[in-house]
Design a protein around this ligand. Structure first.
Ligand code: MN
Ligand code: MN
Length: 486
């Protein structure tokens, strides 16, 4: 142990890093290469299959069921160590393992979200451009994107249409290798004199995010049969969808490329949707392993995966919804409690939650937006983020020193490589997570997560070793109560 301390000190001195205090990997030999690559390939498989929150819920339900987790709806009792899940409207999910202790003593909870920024179709999406003869899809972007990222890349269309007779039509075009894709065409450089004068944030405007969806030769009858009508008649023939049906649909355009390894050493993964699938994946994967290894946790372990985080956690599938309370009620009932409001608040107040979300990593091209001493780096481990927010910590859940200490100790005791992280320089911008909505239920909540490059872009980048540390860190958190008894 003493040897290791000396070694760490030496490494730190050698690196002379101006970056945030971090408990680093000591040397290359320490990396469990096989475990990292096994976890990474399961994660990449997950990313390839899951493009939306609905996909994510379907994926997890299937995996959880096949590994012996119960849908809590059909269960009359739980024994310590039993795995279960509760679904919320196909878009949210709570995964749990029953603890040996009373639920009134609280749960160890990891909260994350399943939705990612994307381009939603408008309720009346189809537009035909009479001059060019192209059929276009109008979109309204979902979440905080840089609009110019979304042009000239292959997009796939995914989601569902619900007809008034209740029939649900699943739409998925562009995911398979031979499927056609969609594209938002930017202007050629040769004719961009006017566009080039726009500000970067205005380079592509919201109403310009329209994707080419239909072409076909130009016929002489186009006057009486405009292109929008052709698009609709195609949709009717192929899917049985009318224009009015599209009003009750949830269709979106997302990048059509799958996840790829990045860099000569393949140490990074580039993909759409790391935010925040990497956190829900790491948390759920920890619970699956715990169950597989037959470990029975002391405290109840819950991984709650929300929807609508990217638009401010609004609506019944978000972190603000009573889904949390209802789930606790259900667990109280199954534990033989009456489910009084006092019991509910006791269970929630004595819970400890990690809000697991992706974090900004230092970008070598734009270092000036961060304070090096308080910023994260790819490959330097899981972050401990005391607060998020913007402009004076507004909107942050500013965790107490006691909580940071508890998690610091937990990570140190279990060999978790971690780093301290703040979003960026003061007044440079910022963002938030679902932490504050859990904190509003009188829970102790701390932000933690994995640093990303190019967050909210169609190709976000993370480090495989950080993914591994999230999995390890969350596993340790689930099995140990982070708060030491005095
Ligand atoms: Mn997120
Ligand atoms: Mn986000």
């Amino acid at each position: 142990m003493a040897d290791e301390k000396v070694k760490r000190k030496k490494v730190r001195r050698k690196l002379k890093s101006p970056y945030a205090w971090t408990r680093k990997w000591v040397h290359e030999g320490e990396l469990p290469i096989e475990e990292i690559s096994r976890l990474s390939s399961t994660y990449m498989d997950h990313l390839g299959k899951v493009l939306t929150e609905r996909d994510a819920v379907a994926y997890w339900k299937e995996r959880l069921t096949s590994e012996g987790f119960w849908d809590l709806d059909g269960v009359s009792g739980l024994d310590p160590g039993d795995g279960f899940f509760i679904e919320n409207r196909g878009k949210g999910l709570l995964v749990g393992i029953a603890g040996g202790k009373d639920i009134l003593e609280g749960a160890n909870i990891i909260v994350s979200h399943l939705d990612s920024p994307r381009l939603d179709l408008k309720p009346r999406p189809v537009s035909g451009d009479g001059d060019t003869g192209l059929g276009m899809l109008r979109t309204h972007y979902y979440g905080g994107i840089k609009k110019y990222h979304w042009v000239n890349i292959p997009l796939c269309l995914t989601g569902k249409v619900v007809r008034t007779d209740g029939e649900v039509i699943d739409v998925s075009i562009g995911r398979k290798r031979n499927d056609p894709v969609f594209v938002i065409p930017d202007l050629l450089p040769h004719l961009s004199k006017t566009q080039n004068r726009r500000k970067l944030s205005d380079g592509i405007r919201g109403e310009e995010l329209r994707a080419v969806a239909f072409s076909g030769p130009v016929f002489s009858d186009e006057e009486k049969d405009p292109v929008s009508r052709k698009v609709m008649s195609y949709l009717r023939r192929r899917y049985g969808i009318s224009e009015e049906d599209l009003i009750s649909s949830e269709l979106c355009l997302v990048p059509a490329w799958g996840p790829r390894e990045v860099g000569l050493d393949r140490g990074l993964i580039g993909s759409y949707g790391h935010d925040n699938r990497v956190s829900s994946f790491s948390a759920n994967e920890s619970l699956l392993s715990m169950r597989k290894e037959g470990k029975v946790p002391d405290r109840w372990c819950l991984s709650i995966c929300f929807d609508k985080e990217e638009i401010g956690s609004e609506g019944p599938t978000s972190a603000r919804s009573a889904f949390v309370e209802l789930s606790f009620h259900r667990i109280l009932e199954l534990s033989g409690k009456r489910g009084t409001s006092r019991e509910l608040s006791a269970a929630m107040s004595s819970s400890f939650a990690l809000s697991a979300d992706v974090k900004s990593a230092t970008n070598p091209l734009f270092r000036s937006v961060q304070d090096p001493a308080n910023s994260a780096r790819l490959g330097a481990g899981l972050t401990i983020t005391k607060y998020t927010g913007r402009g004076g910590k507004i909107g942050a859940n500013d965790a107490s020193a006691e909580m940071v200490s508890a998690i610091r100790r937990l990570y140190n005791e279990h060999g978790i490589v971690w780093q301290m992280q703040e979003t960026g320089k003061v007044d440079q911008g910022g963002g938030g997570t679902v932490a504050k909505f859990l904190a509003a239920r009188n829970m102790d909540v701390l932000d933690t997560g994995i640093p990303l490059l190019s967050m909210h872009s169609p190709f976000e980048v993370l480090s495989k070793s950080d993914l591994y540390m999230a999995y390890k860190g969350f596993s340790a958190f689930f099995l140990h109560h982070p708060v030491q008894k005095p």
